[in-house]
Write a protein that binds this ligand. Structure first.
Ligand SMILES: Cc1cc2nc3c(=O)[nH]c(=O)nc-3n(C[C@H](O)[C@H](O)[C@H](O)COP(=O)(O)OP(=O)(O)OC[C@H]3O[C@@H](n4cnc5c(N)ncnc54)[C@H](O)[C@@H]3O)c2cc1C
Ligand SMILES: Cc1cc2nc3c(=O)[nH]c(=O)nc-3n(C[C@H](O)[C@H](O)[C@H](O)COP(=O)(O)O)c2cc1C
Length: 779
């Protein structure tokens, strides 16, 4: 078998070595455009987990590489004149130059045909090879030559960074955050061999331009950074090596294999340097590709293709290679995409670091360490229990201050079990049951189902229980089964639910008032999402006369001023009824494409009057409703608003718009924003994933300065603790997790050794040891 590897970076060299180890008779040629010792860059970092994988795949290379490792466990964060050290992180670093040198020597020893100063410009040169591996980095020529088929996508990130070195020894992975007259500078630095450290400087584009670095030479960059970081460098110089300012491209390819050509490493995908994983990803790709080739019998073992291809006909040989490449991509892609998601969260944190500069250093470090979602509050307990205890104490102190009720300190509760105050309402913990329509009310009247549904979740330990979207008029219902608050009998029915919760549990009760707008007169969810009724429908109103499903939904009427007056009066009546029923918190539903949301999103509001156009106009009617409800709702009781922070559709709401909406609501006396997303238009393209809407809650909380609630795929208590301690939101709302497990909060408490008191009727549980048999998976 003949293999051509294009690119002599870590991915290409390591793959060549692995193949030679499988079978020395395989011909491997490696073409590298640079000279053997031309390496740019400074150090690379590996985590303990990667090192273990390399050891498992190839013990000899592992031994040769690890001999040069500098290991460290600590991360030092320098911020606001303070340094906080956390430990237990398990990293190793080495010089990129040494790594390549070790790999080159190993490859040469094993008989890889290493050809330096050999630039590949045309794949026709390689047509005699059974397999061509594009390991030629970010600007891959192999990928470009076949770009119609690999279909690469480039997401150029806005921040600027430069890769420098220094002779300053560093005892830990080190972050600096330093502000000067030009803006905020972030440094990611680590030692990779005695007396040599990588020193990456990163900033926003505005800061970079303000500092006049657009056309800076290497010398000018070094001079500026040496001046800026004189204290941090402690008399040591910065060193340049092709140190130009760059922006980072996240690269994703629709496919990694085309015929007998395959991409590995940065050529196939990139992951931001802030999670230090490019070299690691490339080496793990090499292992996965080798494994796939061996497993399908393309190389190695009985029946495999010999060097001259004599064991099989050409067609069989080609088919085995194709099959191996498909296997490689299928097996490797999920792990790479997962890492790219983590890298995305991490790079976004560094793009928005300015947002966190007012945080207390303890919380800043916690947000920094948990930014990629890969490390949770619980992981930090294992890595650094002292730091975690400090975080929990800090959260408890802040909660006591904020809620004005005593919070234990010795030990402090897990962050999710700290109280939170909104006006006079003290919510006993940070877990809330998200509003969920049950579609089983009768003419708007809720019944036994609702008592057990909401009651059991309150008994289950949630601090706040939201009743479902409850409509302010019969025409405002989504379906015939929707709950209402437009007749006195609805008050009695709701009071029964609220009294049960208040009488038997410490939970607080919230109600979400809404009007379905153009999404009204539909069938219950289990008969299809927003599917129109076939009979018994009623006339619809909305900001503009646009049907939800263009092909089958009825068109709503564009609301007149008179319609608005009626709707405001309906909301006000429902607000008074909600107070009479005893609810503690009132939420106005301005999300998911319903009536008020239809004014806010430009996709559903095409009005040319005072209620359309700029965001201030689109918010005019929703704010009018909010103000009227606020005036009718007792001063001491809080109000929240649910918004769709993004529409997941071109031309729709963006996170910037959501911040503007939240600011307006805050200025009108809203106490908290319940941050959801989407459901505005049927052709939305949401990006789902764990905690997928939490970044919007984080952004609104910090930029609009208002309390937020995170919702959407929050399902583990590790994540809930992390969100609260990091200050990404003030409350966590769980919907489906609460359907699955009404006692979610109690179970979370028990698992954390912080059991909640049981109601007297269930006290026997205190002498019972639960043995759960199901296992929670997920990323
Ligand atoms: C600022 C910064 C910091 C980083 N920090 C880390 C870190 O701490 N840890 C880590 O693991 N990674 C880090 N990386 C990422 C790391 O450098 C790359 O992800 C890694 O080197 C990828 O390896 P590769 O072999 O796929 O590509 P490369 O290392 O880029 O190698 C590609 C090779 O192909 C050669 N080549 C290109 N085109 C051709 C052609 N047409 N013909 C022949 N040869 C060609 C190039 O000369 C190059 O030698 C960092 C990157 C940056 C920019
Ligand atoms: C059965 C069901 C009914 C829902 N009804 C409502 C509702 O009445 N009001 C609302 O704002 N969101 C409603 N949602 C959305 C949830 O409140 C929540 O935002 C969403 O399910 C994401 O959270 P999760 O990932 O924890 O399920 C509903 C969700 C479900 C599953």
């Amino acid at each position: 078998m003949r293999i051509a590897v294009v690119g002599g970076g870590p991915s290409g060299l390591y793959f060549a070595i692995l193949m030679k180890r499988v079978d020395p008779s395989i011909e491997v040629v490696l073409l590298e455009r640079n000279r053997a010792d031309d390496t740019f860059g400074f150090g690379v970092v590996f985590s303990d987990a990667t090192i273990a994988e390399v050891e498992g795949a190839d013990a000899e290379t592992y031994a040769a590489v690890t001999e040069h490792f500098v290991r460290w466990d600590d991360i030092d964060v320098h911020f606001a004149g303070e340094m906080i050290r956390t430990t237990g992180h398990g990293f190793a670093g080495m010089s990129r130059h040494t790594l390549l040198d070790v790999l080159q020597r190993e490859a040469a020893r094993l008989g890889v045909d290493l050809r330096f100063e050999a630039e590949v410009r045309d794949l026709a040169e390689l047509r005699d090879h059974d397999l061509v591996v594009g390991a030629d980095g970010v600007n891959s020529a192999v990928r470009t030559l076949l770009q119609d088929r690999f279909e690469p996508r480039f997401d150029w990130r806005p921040n600027r960074f430069v890769w420098l070195g220094t002779t300053r020894p560093l005892p830990a992975f080190t972050f600096h955050f330093r502000e000067n007259e030009h803006g905020l500078w972030r440094v990611h630095a680590y030692q990779y061999e005695p007396g040599r450290s990588t020193f990456i400087v990163e900033c926003t584009e505005d800061t970079w331009r303000a500092a006049g670095l657009e056309n800076a030479t290497e010398e000018q960059t070094v001079a500026y950074c040496e001046g800026l970081f004189a204290n941090e460098l402690d008399g040591h110089p910065l060193v340049a090596n092709k140190s130009v300012w760059r922006s980072f491209p996240t690269i994703r390819c629709a496919r990694w294999a085309v015929d007998n050509v395959v991409l590995i490493g940065d050529a196939a995908h990139t992951a931001h340097f802030s999670i230090g994983s490019g070299t690691r990803l490339g080496m793990l790709d090499a292992i996965a590709l080798r494994d796939a080739l061996v497993r399908v019998g393309a190389v190695g073992g009985d029946g495999a293709l010999a060097a001259d291809g004599t064991t099989g006909a050409e067609a069989v040989k080609a088919e085995r290679v194709h099959c191996a490449l498909r296997t490689y991509e299928q097996e490797r892609r999920p792990a790479v995409e997962s890492l790219q998601r983590a890298a995305q969260a991490s790079l976004e944190w560094f793009e928005a670091t300015e947002r966190y500069m007012d945080l207390d250093p303890v919380q800043l470090v916690f947000t920094l360490l948990t930014r990629s979602l890969r490390i949770t509050h619980e992981d930090l307990r294992v890595r650094d229990p002292d730091f975690l205890a400090r975080v929990d104490r800090w959260v408890a102190e802040r909660a006591e201050e904020q809620a004005r009720v005593p919070v234990p300190r010795d030990p402090p509760p897990p962050p999710m079990f700290t109280p939170f105050r909104l006006r006079d309402l003290v919510i006993p913990n940070r877990i809330a049951v998200s509003p969920m329509c049950q579609y089983c009310a009768e003419d708007g009247t809720v019944g036994d189902w609702h008592v057990q549904h909401l009651g059991s979740r309150a008994v289950g330990g949630a601090g706040l229980v939201y009743a479902e979207m409850t409509d302010v008029s019969p025409e405002g219902r989504i379906s015939h089964g929707c709950a209402g608050l437009y007749e006195p009998r609805h008050v009695d029915a709701w009071k029964r639910v609220v009294d049960f919760v208040h009488g038997h549990t410490p939970a607080k009760m919230a109600i979400q008032l809404g009007h379905a707008g153009r999404k009204g007169a539909t069938r219950p969810l289990w008969e299809g999402d927003s599917e129109p009724l076939e009979e018994g429908e009623w006339p619809l109103i909305s900001a503009s006369p646009i049907p939800y499903f263009p092909d089958r939904s009825r068109a709503p009427r564009e609301m007149t001023r008179e319609d608005m007056d009626v709707a405001v009066a309906d909301f006000v009546r429902a607000t008074s009824y909600a107070d009479a029923a005893g609810f503690d918190l009132l939420e106005i539903h301005m999300a998911h494409g319903y009536l008020l949301a239809s004014f806010i999103s430009p996709l559903t509001n095409e009005r040319t009057d005072a209620y359309g156009g700029a965001i201030e106009n689109r918010m005019r009617f929703p704010l009018e409703v909010f103000d009227a409800c606020r005036a009718a709702w007792p001063e001491h009781k809080p109000m929240s608003v649910r918004v769709s922070a993004v529409d997941w559709a071109p031309g729709g709401m963006t996170p910037d718009d959501a911040v503007a909406v939240a600011r307006l609501l805050a200025a009108h006396g809203c106490d908290a924003i319940d941050v959801s997303a989407g459901q505005t238009v049927p052709d939305q393209r949401p990006i789902y994933g764990r905690l997928f809407q939490t970044p919007f809650a984080d952004r609104i909380r910090h930029e609009a300065g208002i309390a937020t609630m995170a919702v959407g795929n929050v399902s583990s208590w590790m994540d809930a603790n992390t969100i609260i301690a990091a200050g990404r939101a003030d409350l966590c709302l769980l919907a489906r997790a609460h359907l699955f497990d009404p006692y979610w909060t109690r179970h979370a408490a028990a698992m954390q050794g912080y059991p909640l008191p049981w109601p007297l009727q269930y006290r026997s549980v205190e002498r019972y040891t639960p043995r759960f048999e199901f296992h929670f998976g997920g990323e």
